[in-house]
Write a protein that binds this ligand. Structure first.
Ligand code: DX5
Ligand code: ZN
Length: 227
């Protein structure tokens, strides 16, 4: 992994207790999380339905000041991207095949004061980065097919991570490389070694008895992988 870049842990609220969402977010931030990963599913682009902009706005109103990393699994993208920017998102990532005009969506996110990123599914080719990387602040590689938490990590993404890390290095730009899906204490080191610097984890953190111990173990595994 790029050693000049601190590792960020991004718990996914998908695995939190939604009845106590504010307290859950407070708890993972107190446990050492760096940003809050906010999975948005529309029962159209993916076969599941989660939460929209009012829930993001409610977290801001509740007092959450940490960066909110909105992962849009929706089609179309632009309207919701704009609404999430207004609702307090910090980062907004989307799946390029879900947008009619990818360059326009990236620009829209930035115009609304957020940091844009593209999300590539396990079978989505890296060619989507050819004419977009210089506009992006993040690339998110999915290590499961999107739609559900608690799935198993697809290890072929490790080669993809290495390839994207090379492209980011060649770009010379400050672009985060995020990995999402099936991340646990026992595979986070491999993802870090392959080039990831931002790690989404839902069930591994919210399903554990001690959030701080889990985040700490993840950081330990990342540090070991970095040598
Ligand atoms: C899947 C979501 C992921 C997922 C991660 O569509 O984008 O963020 O919730 O959950 P775990 O860590 O449980 O695989
Ligand atoms: Zn996600």
């Amino acid at each position: 992994m790029n050693q000049s870049r601190p590792a960020w842990i991004a718990p996914s609220i998908l695995a939190a207790d939604f009845a106590r969402l504010g307290a859950e977010v407070d708890a993972v931030l107190a446990a050492g999380a760096d940003l809050i990963h906010f999975d948005v599913m529309d029962n159209h682009y993916v076969p599941n339905l989660t939460v929209g902009p009012p829930v993001c706005a409610a977290l801001r109103k509740y007092g959450v000041t940490a960066p909110i990393d909105v992962h849009l699994m929706v089609r179309p993208v632009d309207r919701l991207a704009t609404d999430f920017a207004k609702a307090g998102a910090t980062w907004i990532t989307f799946h390029p095949e879900a947008s009619e005009h990818v360059d326009r969506t990236i620009a829209l996110i930035r115009e609304h004061g957020c940091r844009p990123g593209l999300v590539l599914n396990p079978a989505t080719p890296l060619g989507w980065l050819d004419h977009t990387l210089d506009q992006l602040d993040m690339v998110l590689l999915m290590s499961v097919n999107p739609g559900f938490g608690g799935q198993q990590f697809i290890s072929s993404v490790l080669d993809k991570l290495r390839a994207v890390r090379e492209r980011i290095a060649a770009s010379g730009r400050d672009i985060r490389l995020e990995i999402d899906g099936g991340i646990k204490v026992d595979n986070i080191g491999a993802a870090a070694a392959a080039g990831a610097d931002t790690f989404v984890a839902g069930s591994a953190i919210f399903g554990s008895a001690d959030y701080a111990a889990t985040v700490c173990a993840m950081r330990g595994a990342i540090a070991t992988a970095a040598g």
